[in-house]
Design a protein around this ligand. Structure first.
Ligand code: PMP
Length: 363
């Protein structure tokens, strides 16, 4: 049997020519590439969580309703009264569910986003069989509203994705511009406001759900300190959530994730305090970066900072040789030429990054 024939007879051409999502090996590095919270739960809480885990029924499928977990999310994370949430194995899964739900079989539906954007918007669109339309940000990384509105009129996207704050740029788009997009979409299309970095922005469209029936607000526990458990949630008008529920795989959030998330949300003050420390460190690090000659710092409302340096490839390589792992954005889009993205971390790791950056810039 020829494996080449087997693969070309079975696997989609676009998948065959694609690469899988690349996650660099970070062992031995100061890991500042993935917007993780550097802090663990305190030891005493980890031990208590361990005891809770001992009682989790691993032999049973997860309860269908996810009741106790959803109740905590609604109560503690600002979901408006009368609104429910849909849970995903990370918000990555929610993006895929939305794309799969809106990819029509009789015509190519469109997913539109400003670019550069979180890469999974485009990937999920492609895998679901939607066309992706990217509308470039302006040079200062703000939304090009006229271009967005024109593209919406032209392409009639079923889904517009806006990360608020945006990844990989870190900035918050203007709220009135997002409202203009919600109005332009009207009953022709949905607008997903992806609030993965909400703990660091403290600005949210969640309270505006009752105002806009075409608004979906998506969030994750990943950036708050629980990236390892993979839990995302989204809220929208109940009539919409009901549709997405039909596409959500059964049992997509496992019992360990549920137990850990319930426990963490019962101690959300600890996570909120960690987010506060990181917001504080963000301004310390931004100021220090702004003092470096040749470095441009873009404003950030997230737990990462995007900077422009004279030669991003050289600086990135020099940082790697000093065992500091950050993200090189330079090849991602022309507005990000010579840009790098660094996660805000502990004072010690931020200092290690700054020292290495200074040495790399001088090299
Ligand atoms: N949305 C944005 C804007 C992100 O940056 C990320 C992760 N980098 C995600 C969603 C996915 O988060 P997760 O799957 O961990 O919930």
């Amino acid at each position: 049997m020829s494996l080449d024939s087997l693969i070309s007879n079975t696997i989609r051409a676009d998948v065959r020519s694609d690469k899988s999502y690349h996650v660099p090996d970070a062992s031995g590095y100061v890991k500042l590439d993935a917007m993780e919270n550097p802090y663990q739960l305190p030891e005493v809480l980890r031990r208590e969580l361990g005891q809770r885990m001992a009682d989790v029924a691993l032999n049973r499928y997860p309860a269908a309703s996810y009741g106790p977990l959803k109740e905590r999310i609604r109560a503690k994370l600002g979901v408006p009264a009368g609104y429910d949430v849909l849970l995903g194995n990370g918000s990555d899964e929610l993006i895929a569910i939305m794309a799969a739900t809106c990819a029509h079989q009789d015509r190519r539906a469109v997913l539109l986003a400003p670019v550069p954007a979180f890469v999974m918007f485009q990937r999920s669109a492609q895998i679901a069989g939607m066309d992706f339309v990217g509308v470039p940000l302006k040079e200062d990384l703000t939304l090009d509203l006229p271009a967005m509105l024109e593209a919406i009129g032209k392409h009639r996207p079923a889904l517009v994705f806006l990360a608020y704050p945006n990844n990989p740029t870190g900035n918050l788009f203007a709220a009135d511009e997002i409202e203009a997009i919600l109005r332009a979409q009207g009953d022709q299309g949905l607008v997903v406001v992806d609030e993965a970095y909400e703990p660091f922005a403290q600005q949210s469209f969640m309270p505006r759900l009752p105002q806009f029936d075409n608004l979906i607000v998506m969030r994750t526990l990943s950036k708050l300190g629980l990236a390892g458990i993979r839990l995302g949630y989204m809220s929208a008008h109940p009539a919409l959530l009901e549709q997405f529920e039909k596409v959500r795989p059964p049992y997509n959030v496992n019992v360990m994730t549920q137990a850990a998330a319930e426990f963490a949300l019962d101690h959300i003050d600890v996570l909120n305090e960690q987010a506060r420390l990181l917001r504080e460190q963000r301004s310390v690090l931004s100021n220090a970066l702004a003092d470096l000659p040749g470095v441009r710092v873009f404003p950030s409302a997230a737990n990462f900072i995007t900077i422009r340096v004279p030669d991003a490839d050289a600086v990135h390589a020099a940082l790697l040789s000093r065992k500091i792992l950050i993200k090189n954005l330079s090849k991602m889009h022309s507005v990000l030429t010579n840009c790098l993205r660094v996660t805000v971390s502990t004072p010690e790791e931020n200092a290690a990054f700054l020292d290495a950056l200074k040495a790399s810039l001088a090299a």
